[in-house]
Ligand binder design. Structure first.
Ligand code: AMP
Length: 280
């Protein structure tokens, strides 16, 4: 497995793989890789002949006061995880390589990027779509893999790829969880022992909301169930709890299934997100 720093090296590697008739997959990440990322890499390795993992803490998707500087950077361990998973190439550019000083273009997906996390992180999805669009142009892969844990991100990227006629299939991968239900996240490292012990209540709240929805509750009612369970954990401060249409991310409010119930909540300074999909 190679670790490269430049776009030119990625393009060269992809050309060489294609010349051998290989299919190419991409797993975009910000590093600090864990078993959730590993599941994306495993899926790509299982389905593509050549797997690229990008490791880039993308400054443009962090807002003022967010954790850009504190974000964990663990390239050596990331490379070991990717190598063990059978990935072929890590692309770990620095910000100057990724963005020219005169970069003037932003990719903005309206609608689906504006609710949920987008309402609280106004620059976030523009940063995500711009960097993912760039990665898909640099690597021109057959498939790119994204986690359902970041459900809104997955929908935003699917929308971008459809709207811009990008010839990459976007594949969603199920959320990997700790045995107690907490979704794996690079940000879990920020939690104190006490916070970590309380963190699974986000998942428990979403499970309770999903059960209510499956039993006939409307979107609003299911949101209230989630809010009530979460409120019982004093270490959590809910930012939003929203039941939405799985495809359009429009609020379900008075409607029933199918729905995705998505939530963001703070534990101290750490913002955790999770979601659950309830089928009709
Ligand atoms: P990040 O490095 O946090 O930007 O995440 C990179 C990719 O890994 C995104 O597509 C995430 O949705 C995905 N991911 C993060 N955590 C998990 C998880 N627990 N299970 C599955 N995918 C995940």
């Amino acid at each position: 497995m190679q670790v490269v720093r430049t776009k030119a090296e990625v393009r060269k590697a992809v050309r060489a793989a294609r010349a051998q008739g290989k299919s190419v997959g991409l797993v975009p990440t910000m590093g600090a890789l864990h078993a959730g990322h590993r599941s994306l890499v495993d899926t790509s390795v299982a389905n593509c002949d050549f797997t690229i993992v990008s490791v880039f803490v993308n400054p443009t998707q962090f807002g003022p006061g967010e954790d850009l500087d504190a974000y964990p950077r663990t390239l050596e361990a990331d490379a070991a995880l990717c190598e063990a998973a059978g990935a072929d190439l890590i692309f770990a550019p620095d910000p100057d390589e990724m963005y020219g000083a005169a970069a003037a273009t932003t990719v903005h997906v309206s609608g689906v990027s504006e609710g949920l996390c987008g309402a609280f992180r106004p620059v976030h999805f523009d940063g995500v779509t711009t960097v993912v669009c760039k990665l898909l142009n640099i690597a021109a892969v057959d498939r790119a893999y994204f986690g359902e844990k970041d459900y809104q991100q997955l929908v935003v990227i699917r929308t971008m790829v459809a709207d811009l006629d990008i010839a990459t299939e976007i594949v969603g991968v199920a959320t990997v969880r700790e045995p107690d239900g907490l979704a794996l996240s690079s940000r879990n490292k920020y939690l104190s022992d006490q916070q970590r012990a309380a963190a699974p209540s986000l998942r428990q709240a979403l499970l309770a909301g999903a059960k209510a929805a499956a039993d006939g509750a409307s979107g609003c009612e299911a949101e209230q169930v989630v809010a009530d369970v979460l409120a019982a954990e004093p270490l959590f401060r809910a930012q939003y709890i929203s039941a939405v249409d799985p495809d359009t991310l429009e609020p379900r409010e008075d409607d029933g299934l199918p729905m995705v119930i998505a939530a963001a909540a703070y534990m101290g300074e750490t913002r955790l997100i999770d979601n659950i999909r309830v089928e009709g």
